[in-house]
Each structure stands twice: as C-alpha cells, then as structure tokens.
Ligand binder design. Structure first.
Ligand code: FES
Length: 105
C-alpha cells in the first residue's frame, strides 16, 4: 500500500446510492487526479447509518467521511466535491455548511 495522509470514505449503501453517491465518488476521484493531489486514499462502503437518523429516510445522504480528522459530511453531491477538496483537504478547514459530525478523538 502506498502511504497516505487522508482517507476519504464515501457511503455507497442503498440510500446514498439512490441519491447519487457513485457519481460523487467518481467526481471525487477525477478531481483528485486533475488537481494532482497526492497521499489521498478513497474508499467506498456500505451504509454508514446516517440515512436512518431522520424520520424521512435519507435526507442527509450521500455521506462522506474524512480521516484522520474524523469529519462527517452530509448531503454531499457532485457540486460539493470541489469545496471539500479546496477547503478541507488543501486548507484544513471544515466545510461547515455540509458538516454532520466530528468523531471524538
Ligand atoms: S446508505 Fe448511506 S448512510 Fe445509509
């Protein structure tokens, strides 16, 4: 495995997938390549549980998590990827308008 400093996980569980998470992941990987960003691992995974947090299922989907900061983002669409890469990954600032949760460390 190549060394990496950031790990971006994208939920591609059923509810997030119906709201476009595979497109979000595709855009994320394309933008990382286009920007020449190094040391960023991307992964997808099954349901992260956020879709069940609201009475109307899936309002907060798709969900993205960035480690090592443990920042969870909600309602991430393809148009938000640039902002997450620019603010969070490049500048280390949380994108507050998409913030969902911060993992206790
Ligand atoms: S399917 Fe993504 S949080 Fe449940």
């Amino acid at each position: 495995m190549k060394p990496y400093s950031k790990h971006i996980l994208l939920c591609t569980g059923k509810t997030c997938a119906t709201k476009g998470s595979e497109d979000v992941l595709k855009r994320l990987r394309e933008n990382i390549d286009e920007d020449g960003l190094k040391g960023i691992k991307t992964s997808k995974g099954g349901c992260f549980g956020v879709c069940k947090e609201t009475e109307e299922r899936g309002i907060l989907c798709p969900v993205v998590v960035v480690y090592p900061e443990g920042i969870w983002y909600e309602r991430v669409d393809t148009d938000n990827i640039d902002e997450i890469l620019d603010k969070h990954i490049k500048k280390g600032k949380v994108v507050e308008r998409l913030f969902h949760y911060k993992l206790e460390q």
